[in-house]
Design a protein around this ligand. Structure first.
Ligand code: GRF
Length: 228
């Protein structure tokens, strides 16, 4: 089996990157992480990648003074030098141009902290709470030119609890991000994804039998009597 040379692009803490690195540490994983690239020199994920022995690079977008094409050309140069075939975005906070997206068509994957197409963009957990949704989650998708658009590879749903804060909800979603990103990247890297219109079909993937309902259907439990 040839393992597809893959780069992870980050801007920050890199917990999804760490989940991908952990999965790819298994020699049977179909993607080999050859580069972790950050647009921010202070991204905490860079240290985590170095500790795992993965080559890192920084292409600081501020050096390009708003010239996105020049920034992306510099990123592409690093990717090509490392022989990269697949690019996994993991908390990479730069909007990519159509040119970059076309260059990596169907080989560029992203993770987003909502059940797309709901809550594209930033502050997804606060917006989910404000909207009052009972179920929230995360999505791994192929990247298209529109922000947070593209065929969906995998999603995970979590309940929103009445006492959730943005932080507790984010933590519940993040745990699922770490769970769904590695197998979705593996499916892409092993050629098990085909695109039909707007849908990504993954061969060999199983759908669950169970549905998630929140609150649980059935009688509402009586309030717990207070001690006094
Ligand atoms: C994650 O919530 C991811 O879905 C979003 O940015 C966050 C990055 O977190 N795109 P981390 O850097 O992977 O910890």
């Amino acid at each position: 089996m040839t393992r597809r040379p893959t780069a992870i692009l980050i801007s920050g803490r890199g917990s999804n990157m760490a989940a991908l690195l952990a999965a790819a540490a298994d020699p049977s994983y179909p993607a080999r992480i050859v580069l972790v690239l950050s647009n921010r020199p202070d991204a905490a994920g860079l240290g985590r990648a170095q500790a795992a022995g993965i080559p890192t690079a920084v292409v600081d977008h501020r050096a390009f003074k708003g010239d996105r094409a020049a920034f992306e050309a510099a990123v592409n140069q690093r990717l090509e030098a490392a022989g990269v075939q697949i690019v996994a975005l993991a908390g990479f906070l730069r909007v990519l141009t159509e040119g970059f997206v076309a260059r990596w068509q169907d080989r560029l994957v992203n993770i987003h902290p909502s059940l797309l197409p709901s809550f594209k963009g930033l502050d997804t957990h606060a917006r989910a709470l404000a909207a009052g949704v009972k179920i929230h989650g995360c999505t791994v998708h192929l990247v298209r030119a529109g922000v947070d658009e593209g065929p969906i590879l995998a999603q995970a749903a979590v309940p929103v609890r009445d006492d959730d804060s943005e932080a507790t909800l984010a933590a519940r979603v993040l745990e699922q991000e770490h769970r769904i990103y590695p197998p979705a990247l593996a499916a892409l890297a092993s050629g098990r994804v085909r695109i039909e219109g707007g849908r990504a079909i993954m061969t060999g993937a199983a759908a669950p039998d169970a549905a998630l309902a929140n609150p649980l259907p059935g009688p509402v439990a009586p309030p717990t009597p207070s001690a006094d």
